[in-house]
Design a protein around this ligand. Structure first.
Ligand code: GDP
Length: 174
């Protein structure tokens, strides 16, 4: 049995749903109460990937910020992949994704010097007051080198496991 240890970062503006996402993925439920992440924390999830492979995912969630703040290199060190998240009801959280991606490309590199695979997640697609269109996400994702983008709802448990599988698949394929 091979065990892959993968450090995955979860970045994005404050209030887009990062902690809820990690909590849902790791513990399987949605916690309605608002909790501002304090500092950096990580959660662990084990996946049986194939007959012979297990994946130990370390999910690093970052403190939510009102505005983009560049993260320290310690946070990025050894990261193998990243989730960049925004809230479809907040155009400013979508605009911030450009900065998050640029910061990642500058600081989080694989041993071969390439930038780490990032998936772009459009959260809160359960809400009716959506302001970011699928079209603009599609163009943005393509132009900024994301491996893929997906609409998710942490609240409705939509596409959470699928999004993580997509990212892990990409990481393990290189
Ligand atoms: P973070 O600051 O990015 O870690 O965001 P949180 O995980 O603390 O979530 C911010 C707020 O958005 C909380 O009130 C969550 O309950 C709410 N939230 C998170 N995901 C969803 C979702 O998919 N749909 C809806 N409607 N609310 C969500």
């Amino acid at each position: 049995m091979t065990e892959h240890l993968l450090k995955i970062l979860v970045v994005g503006d404050g209030n887009v749903g990062k902690s809820s996402f990690v909590h849902r993925y790791v513990n399987g439920h949605f916690n309605q109460t608002y909790k501002m992440t304090v500092g950096v924390e990580f959660s662990v999830k084990m996946l049986q990937w194939s007959d012979k492979e297990k994946v130990r995912l370390q999910l690093w969630d970052i403190a939510g910020q009102e505005r983009f703040i560049s993260m320290t290199r310690i946070y990025y060190k050894g990261a193998m992949g990243c989730v960049v998240m925004f809230d479809v009801t907040s155009s400013s959280s979508f605009r911030s994704c450009r900065h998050w991606k640029q910061d990642l490309d500058n600081k989080a590199m694989l041993p071969n010097g390439e930038s780490i695979p990032c998936i772009l997640l459009a959260n809160k697609c359960d809400l009716p007051q959506r302001v970011v269109s699928a079209d603009s996400i599609d163009r943005f994702s393509e132009a900024n080198g994301f491996i893929a983008w997906m609409e998710i709802s942490v609240k409705d448990n939509k596409n959470i496991g699928e999004a993580m599988r997509r990212l892990v698949e990409n990481i393990l394929s290189v």
